[in-house]
Design a protein around this ligand. Structure first.
Ligand SMILES: *Cc1c(COP(=O)(O)O)cnc(C)c1O
Length: 350
């Protein structure tokens, strides 16, 4: 049976999809409650939401395209850049390990994905990415900080890629940038082929609403705008977005929790002798070893849902744990510690 969507793992802590584990701002709920039957019956009016979003990113409204989650922005970038000239001869570059929708979107438009493996410790493979650029390249998918590694791409490397692929759209996916604080947005006036992708699913806690935004020079956005459904966001999401942007205290408070949670997770890994990678996002990739799948399952059985990344050849033996509300992180750390130490005792025959 093929059923649409992600199945919920059931009760417990959702630390497997990098959501905001504390929920959205209460102002969002208040705003949604104000909606009337007439509001719901009408096709949505985007203007105020686009203006609010553009003001938030400090760009002209023509530079912003709201999307139904950044997932839609990724698909529309692929479609707008490669959809007209179908055929496997067009190429899109994807440093791996990567967020799955890049590859799915490239496949959807019948283009060829050029996968570039990382350097040691998930360093950004700049030279290999530059070498992969050809006249057929239409999109370069860059993700900083990266999901699943948490590693940021240095700005000078983003600039290099943008300069060396002037004929391609360079999508800089900043889904987690609120946690790292270094956005490429201020460089957009100088790089006409760069599109910055943002989402309100992660730091803002609006994943259930499906709101993302592409930001780029108007001429660069045009082909993407042209293939994006005109009424792609619903009225509840638009209302939620505007309320979320008004709550300026929400983000700093959550960011502080995430920072502290990451430190706790690092400390737990240090105690357990597990390799991890310092993360600029709201999750930590941890190498738990060859039993990763069963450790992830054991965590799930204890109500701590994490992402098993061990099936990806670029993250062997790894799980990815969302870092959010401190109390949740403590629960996750304790569960991980219990599972790893009982496994170690079993190995020693204790
Ligand atoms: C979560 C995520 C997104 C976007 O998510 P949406 O919920 O579709 O906005 C985009 N890129 C990366 C790398 C992500 O992890």
């Amino acid at each position: 049976m093929r059923i649409q969507g992600f199945r919920s793992p059931g009760d417990g802590l959702r630390l497997h999809l990098n959501e905001n584990t504390g929920g959205c701002s209460p102002r969002v709920i208040e705003a949604i409650r104000q909606l009337t039957p007439a509001d719901i019956a009408a096709y949505p009016d985007y203007e105020s939401a686009v203006l609010a979003c553009a003001a938030h990113f400090d760009v002209d409204p023509e530079w912003a395209l709201l999307t139904n989650g950044l997932d839609e922005g990724i698909l529309m970038t692929a479609l707008g850049s490669m959809g007209r000239e179908r055929g496997g001869s067009l190429e899109a570059i994807v440093p791996v390990p990567a967020f799955d929708p890049y590859l799915a979107s490239i496949a959807a438009v019948g283009a060829t994905a050029i996968r570039i493996p990382p350097l040691a410790d998930f360093g950004f493979p700049l030279e290999a990415v530059l070498d992969a650029i050809t006249p057929q390249t239409r999109v370069v998918f860059l993700n900083t900080p990266s999901n699943p590694t948490g590693q940021a791409i240095p700005r000078h490397m983003l600039r290099r890629v943008a300069r060396e692929a002037p004929h391609a759209a360079v999508l800089v996916d900043e889904a987690y940038v609120e946690f790292a604080g270094d956005s490429f947005l201020d460089e957009l006036p100088r790089y006409e082929n760069v599109i910055v992708g943002r989402t309100f699913s992660k730091a803002y806690g609006l994943a259930g609403m499906r709101i993302g935004c592409l930001i780029a020079q108007p001429d660069t956005l045009d082909p993407i705008r042209g293939v994006t459904p005109v009424l792609n966001l619903n009225v509840v999401a638009i209302t939620a977005l505007q309320a979320a942007l008004k709550d300026t205290e929400f983000l700093p408070r959550y960011r502080a929790q995430v920072e502290e949670s990451k430190k706790r997770l690092y400390a737990t890994c240090d105690r357990l002798g597990l390799k991890y990678w310092n993360s600029s996002a709201n999750f930590v990739l941890v190498r738990v070893g060859s039993r990763a799948a069963s450790i992830a399952a054991a965590l799930g059985a204890r109500g701590v849902h994490v992402r098993d990344r061990s099936g990806d050849p670029h993250t062997p033996g790894c799980i990815r744990i969302t870092a959010g509300i401190l109390e949740h992180t403590e629960t996750a750390s304790a569960a991980l510690e219990a599972i790893i130490s009982s496994a170690a005792q079993a190995t020693r025959g204790v």
